[in-house]
Design a protein around this ligand. Sequence first.
Ligand SMILES: [Zn+2]
Length: 295
Amino acid sequence: MFLCFDIGGTNIKSCLTAVDGKCLDNISVRTPETYEEILHVLNTIAKQFGQFDACAVAVPGTCSPESGEILFCPNLTCLNKRNIRDDLEDQLNKPVFVENDANLAALGEYYYVEKDNINNMIFLTIGTGLGGGAILNGELLSSDISLFEAGHVNIEPDGRQCGCGKRGCLETYASIGGIIKTYESLSNGKKVDNVNTIYNAMKAGDKIATLTFEVFGGSLGIGMATLANILVPKKIKIGGGISELADAFLPHTIKVFSRNIYPAYKSRVQIEVSTLKNSAGLYGCSALCKTKLGL
Ligand SMILES: [Zn+2]
């Protein structure tokens, strides 16, 4: 059995899984403010679950899967420069593995949904930000630093200011905040507090809301084409909260993607919505434990 943690800026999701990935028990709690409190929460959940063979932690930022150190979490800065793997191993006395959350979502979706069908895949998680992971020749693309910051591919020179310090990053357009910004700018400053309001307005025939999802879908299509030109995946799958609204943007994404991808690759890449959706990260933790232990 594997102990799986997905640490987000708002919640810590956890799951005890069987070797086949089946979730046996799960707990979700609000993410506390300090690193020490986070460690305490993880340890308490581990005790509640009882026996397990290994643990994997999905972290919301850049980490080193080799050294276990977390390097940069923009939305949960208390994790920066901490070695969560070593600290947890001390507490749990079991092997602990760490990876970036979007990389693990890619691994989970691949391992439990696509493994028997394809070898190469890109997975994008779209919510507060845009994260990504890639599977190449059946394995998660990984290194001594977590890879594939898809959200920070540039799609607009001198475009919107990104939280990473650069301008024009994909996630400044293709994320929840990006959609809201687009709507506010197209409607000359009309305030809106969530994406569902824009989605419902689009359903009711609002032209600005429709255009907002076209801008979002188009930005995503350009970003996807850039990534696909490099890795030529068989599939690009979309997960995260925004994937629930795919009917509002996916046709436009596919249209713009087809116009921008290198012509020889065009018919090789399918774009789909994720099957595991928001659970993909926890499934990825389970898959990481399994592959690391050679089971
Ligand atoms: Zn950026």
